[in-house]
Design a protein around this ligand. Structure first.
Ligand SMILES: NC(=O)c1ccc[n+]([C@@H]2O[C@H](COP(=O)([O-])OP(=O)(O)OC[C@H]3O[C@@H](n4cnc5c(N)ncnc54)[C@H](OP(=O)(O)O)[C@@H]3O)[C@@H](O)[C@H]2O)c1
Length: 293
């Protein structure tokens, strides 16, 4: 199986490319940053429609794993039009190109599309009403993918922890790097997530690449916890002093666009239909990079 992974220079896409290349033939996509060493890539600019078709034609994939996105929520708030072009229009174009060439599309989305009003939300449980521009564009992208073909897949991925790729840290690496540098970290006590590591996402992708499954899946980790609880677990897993972790409520620290309070996900559809299992949280946390590469 030959797979084009868009956004293969990114935090999640880069790590997925490195994990999945042991199982399938991986081609990455190059925008501003290069793909990981040893991963061949094709040029792709989501803001340039012809380049989307050209990237699929040049890489001749059986499937596309679409990770590339304007994934910084605050950047999306600052430039909603660009967020719409890159996250929605480009994804809709990619879906059209994939369907016309008989290529299976697996698009990554985010838990932030959920309303955040209750714990362990299922795929079918309530219509999302995102407030963030980032989340609104990702939700519109989900709809475009699912409307294009009943064989396509959307994976709503939770907050990424564990070992990531490139200069940006995963959520656990962010805590680890801050503690290792001797800096304090103020972490929210009123934002609940079900964090997940790239290895667990890759396990689900490997099954989907065999042709099983279609439609929308939630992919969250095995535990629901706040950002502060996550920080304490990171410190414990990496034998770092948790003392500088300062618990704080969102309202006390109004930085950036406010995030929904509980976007924890129930992932039992993936468990039942794909035989999927997320790795234990502490095992995933221990693989976090302790400092930037
Ligand atoms: N990180 C998380 O916690 C998390 C959680 C849930 C879902 N997700 C989803 O997972 C996916 C990957 O997120 P991430 O955290 O890995 O983001 P990231 O580190 O910011 O990576 C995004 C990738 O998209 C590429 N990209 C951005 N603009 C582009 C453009 N105009 N044309 C082509 N490529 C472009 C970037 O390439 P350059 O850097 O070269 O521009 C980069 O490789 C996204 O769909 C995101 O919504 C992430």
């Amino acid at each position: 199986v030959r797979v084009l992974i868009t956004g293969s220079a990114g935090l999640l896409g880069g790590r997925l490319a490195l994990i999945l290349r042991d199982r399938v033939d991986v081609v990455g996509s190059r925008h501003a940053q290069p793909s990981p060493q040893g991963v061949g890539d094709v040029h792709l600019d989501l803001d340039d429609e012809p380049s989307i078709r050209a990237a699929v034609e040049a890489s001749r994939p059986d499937a596309v794993i679409h990770c590339a996105a304007l994934a910084d929520a605050d950047a999306c708030e600052r430039d909603p039009e660009k967020a719409y072009r890159v996250n929605v229009i480009a994804t809709a174009t990619l879906a059209r190109v994939c369907r016309s060439r008989g290529v299976r599309l697996i698009a990554l989305s985010t838990d932030l599309v959920l309303p955040g009003t209750r714990a362990f939300t299922r795929e079918s449980s309530e219509p999302p009403e995102p407030r963030l521009v980032y989340a609104r564009t990702k939700l519109a992208a989900e709809a475009a993918v699912l409307a294009e073909s009943p064989d396509f897949v959307v994976l709503r991925v939770a907050l990424v922890i564990g070992r990531g790729h490139g200069p940006r840290p995963t959520a656990s690496e962010s805590v680890a790097w801050t503690l290792a540098a001797g800096r304090p970290a103020r972490l929210f006590t009123d934002q609940f997530r079900t964090p997940i590591d790239p290895e667990s996402v890759a396990t689900a992708l490997a099954t989907l690449l065999t042709g099983r499954g279609s439609g929308l899946y939630h992919l969250g980790g095995p535990e629901r916890l706040t950002r502060h609880q996550l920080g304490v677990r990171v410190a414990r897993a990496l034998a770092l002093d948790p003392a500088p972790l300062d618990p704080v409520a969102q309202a006390e620290l109004p930085i950036g666009a406010p995030r929904p309070s509980d976007v924890s996900m129930d992932s039992s559809r993936a468990v039942l239909e794909l035989g999927w299992q997320a790795r234990p949280l502490d095992e995933a946390l221990r693989e976090s990079r302790r400092q930037p590469d």
